[in-house]
Ligand binder design. Structure first.
Ligand code: PLP
Length: 361
């Protein structure tokens, strides 16, 4: 397998193209020449509404704040891309590295659906290497499948919808032997970190030039509504994403809301601990129900549960006003519903509703 060489991985048209140069980014370049007092460069409305100016295209203040909060000695704002949800980062990775019709991605079903959607939009081939029996990656099969025509290999850890953490050491070992990019989607990592501090690949990212770690404000941080995703990688990979992103991809409102959320990191950690404790209580209760076949071990804020008759349970819960996610059509997930851990009150309602369920009724 040839060594990782980013310049050979980027799509030629992306390497060639000149990015859109926004008024605000040209302004930032010129700022050293003297402070701007009168901004007549961006056709904005000059009257102050609070939002009349375009936002910072590279979100410097927010990135600096995130980096400070993460407190990882080897990472700086140059290692961070911010997107309109991590879904935007997934989409841009596909566009930057996969040419339509060639440049495949490798996914490990059952897993998050957006990798496949973004690949289909880009018309990139998809190679599927199912997770192994223990729901860990099947590395022998991955190495066999990750040939020269593949560009991106996706790992989701903890995995959605199964919930389990993938061993970070094994992912790192795979990345060292792979010529393309390894994308590690850590959307749920904060739920794993309270139990296993070494669960994330972020602390060793500086040793892994071909790894991209995706994280998000949408889950543990409680900010799904603002759309804020993070991609962590080498400055060279981040530069590619910055080159092709829409100039003002994150609104000023979203950037400000994200900064506000980071003021509550301590509260967030407490809430994550509550959710993890709730998850474990829920797991025990569910395991005792006679019509539950299996509760998958989870390192996230949800449980995948196999029922004797998932459709009947789904309909019963729905009739009680409780909506869960039917994952029964996913590979290896026949009969499975995915239950998000709610507030203690919501979980009590779920349990009460399940206690009333009569199989076959
Ligand atoms: C929820 C989720 C995301 C988050 O996507 P955003 O666009 O940041 O909201 C990413 N990956 C996985 C696996 C998820 O489950």
């Amino acid at each position: 397998m040839p060594d990782f060489d980013l310049s050979r991985l980027v799509r030629p048209n992306v390497a060639r193209m000149a990015p859109y140069s926004s008024a605000r980014s040209e302004f930032a370049k010129a700022e050293g020449d003297g402070a701007a007092e009168v901004m007549l460069d961006a056709n904005e409305n000059p009257f102050d509404t609070g939002y009349n100016r375009y936002p910072d295209p590279l979100q410097h203040a927010l990135k600096q704040r995130i980096v400070t909060t993460r407190a990882l000695p080897h990472l700086s704002a140059a290692n961070l891309f911010l997107g309109n949800g991590s879904d935007e980062a997934i989409d841009l990775l596909l566009r930057a590295f996969c040419e339509p019709g060639r440049g495949a991605i490798v996914i490990q079903p059952p897993t998050y659906g957006m990798y496949e959607v973004s690949a289909n939009l880009q018309d990139a081939p998809i190679v599927r290497v199912p997770l192994g029996a223990d729901l860990q990656p099947d590395y022998a099969a991955l190495r066999a499948a990750a040939g020269p025509d593949t560009r991106l290999v996706f790992f989701c850890s903890p995995n959605n919808p199964t919930g389990g953490l993938l061993e970070p050491e094994a992912i790192a070992a795979f990345a060292r032997s792979y010529h393309g990019l390894v994308i590690v989607d850590e959307a749920y990592i904060d739920f794993a970190l309270v139990v296993r501090p070494e669960a994330s690949l972020l602390p060793r990212l500086h040793e892994l030039p071909n790894v991209v770690v995706l994280q998000t404000f949408s889950k543990a941080l409680g900010q799904a509504g603002i759309r804020m995703g993070m991609a962590w990688a080498s400055p060279a990979v981040i530069a590619v994403l910055n080159k092709i992103k829409p100039p003002y991809n994150l609104s000023q409102v979203a950037q400000q809301a994200a900064l506000n959320a980071l003021d509550y990191s301590e509260l967030t950690t407490q809430l994550v601990r509550i959710l993890v404790a709730q998850r474990e209580a829920l797991r025990l209760t569910l395991s005792e129900l006679p019509y539950v076949e299996h509760v998958f071990p989870s390192d996230a804020n949800f449980l995948l549960v196999r029922f004797d008759d998932a459709a009947a349970v789904f309909a019963h819960l729905k009739a009680q006003g409780i909506v869960v996610r039917d994952r029964s059509k996913q590979p290896a997930c026949a009969g499975c519903l995915r239950l998000t851990v709610g507030t203690p009150e919501e979980n009590a309602r779920l349990i009460a509703a399940l206690a009333e369920f009569t199989p076959g009724a």
